[in-house]
Write a protein that binds this ligand. Structure first.
Ligand code: TYD
Length: 340
């Protein structure tokens, strides 16, 4: 029987992927290693947690001893999602990022070296390349030039993974995606933050001039890309970019959300920029599209409408996340910006 080991399966990407994969491969055994950080939730998985194919271990990947004790004996395909991911938090405190994204990565790679693995897929990001110039797109051979501690920790993790692939001849592949959006993303990230603030009559803090560009990929299109890589017997390339081909300026995303939520124009608040803010990310994903015949299926207008509707319909889910720790992060991140 096939066995899939996912790390970070209670977070945004991991939980969406587990649901997506399980719906299409009912008989594959699933092991989820997750330490339930602030951004995760057991409610993200719905009924899947009670399925007989599913097993969960509450383990922090930075704890090598605990990780060893729960690692399965049979050959697994690993999808490594577990990471600290929010740039603004990494600017407040980089340490958890270095711990999880580099030391945690090394523990995962060590497990892959000492145990039978069919394949290890590392979930990475466009941010490792740094900002893309106003024109053009980065290919996988673009030198890494991260500009914030989050991106640097992911770049460090990617380099470690490539070193293990080369040195120990391990079947490791890195998937670098553009920004992903969809249901169950913790409401500190741009799209869920703006939707939830708009719905709650709060201000929408737009950094700088709002002309920064991101390429937004619908989460299920992302999950399908990961699924195809998981099921591939022998991927051709060590690293794959994936993109949506949907470049949006932040100010336009904000306007769209405001329209969809009937938010008052006065709620939009241009605020002090993020230090070292990358103006644009854009990836060339020719390799992945060609090899896996993959195309994103969800057009932006549908995706942004669906995600707005999801947050509107799931106020209880949001409320659960906006606990004390969220409020103190929010205060530190935004209050001085609003006061300026
Ligand atoms: P984010 O969701 O943090 O993703 P990333 O920085 O990793 O791409 O931010 C997306 C964009 O939105 C980015 O250009 C920063 C901007 N942004 C704001 O303008 N205001 C905010 O409060 C946040 C969180 C982000």
């Amino acid at each position: 029987m096939k066995h899939l080991l996912v790390t970070g399966g209670l977070g945004f990407l991991g939980s969406n992927f587990l649901r997506w994969y399980h719906r299409r491969h009912r008989r594959v055994k699933l092991t989820n290693i997750d330490c339930l950080t602030y951004a995760a939730g057991i409610d993200n998985l719905g009924n899947l947690r009670s399925s007989p194919e599913y097993e969960e271990h509450r383990v922090d990947i930075t704890n090598g001893r605990r990780l060893r004790s729960v690692w399965p004996d049979d050959p697994v395909t690993v999808v490594h999602f577990a990471a600290e991911t929010h740039v603004d938090r990494s600017l407040q405190d980089a340490q958890p990022f270095v711990r999880t994204n580099i030391l945690g990565m090394q523990n995962i790679l060590e497990m892959a070296r000492r145990n039978p693995v069919r394949r290890v897929i590392i979930i990475s990001t466009d941010e490792v390349y740094g900002a893309t110039p106003a024109r053009g797109k980065f290919r996988e051979d673009q030198p890494l030039a991260p500009t914030n501690p989050y991106a640097a920790s992911k770049a460090g993790g990617d380099l470690l993974a490539l070193a293990y692939r080369q040195t120990y001849n391990l079947p490791i592949n890195i998937l670098r995606s553009v920004n992903v959006y969809g249901p169950r993303q913790y409401p500190e990230k741009f799209i869920p933050l703006f939707i939830t603030n708009a719905l709650n009559g709060r201000e929408l803090p737009l950094y700088g001039d709002g002309n920064q560009q991101r390429d937004w990929l619908w989460v299920e299109d992302f999950c399908e890309a990961v699924r195809r890589l998981v099921n591939a017997p022998q991927p051709e390339h060590p690293i794959y970019n994936i993109s949506a081909g949907n470049q949006q300026r932040n100010r336009d995303v904000a306007k769209t959300i405001m329209r969809l939520t009937d938010c008052s124009p006065g709620q939009l608040r241009p605020v002090a920029d993020r230090p070292g803010h990358d103006r644009r990310y854009a990836l060339n994903d020719r390799h992945f599209r060609k090899e896996f015949s993959w195309r994103p299926k969800t057009p932006w207008p549908d995706g942004i409408r669906k995600v707005t509707a999801w947050y509107r319909a799931n106020a209880a889910w949001v409320k659960k996340r906006q606990r004390q720790s969220y409020r103190s992060y929010y205060r530190k991140q935004y209050h001085w910006r609003f006061d300026e």
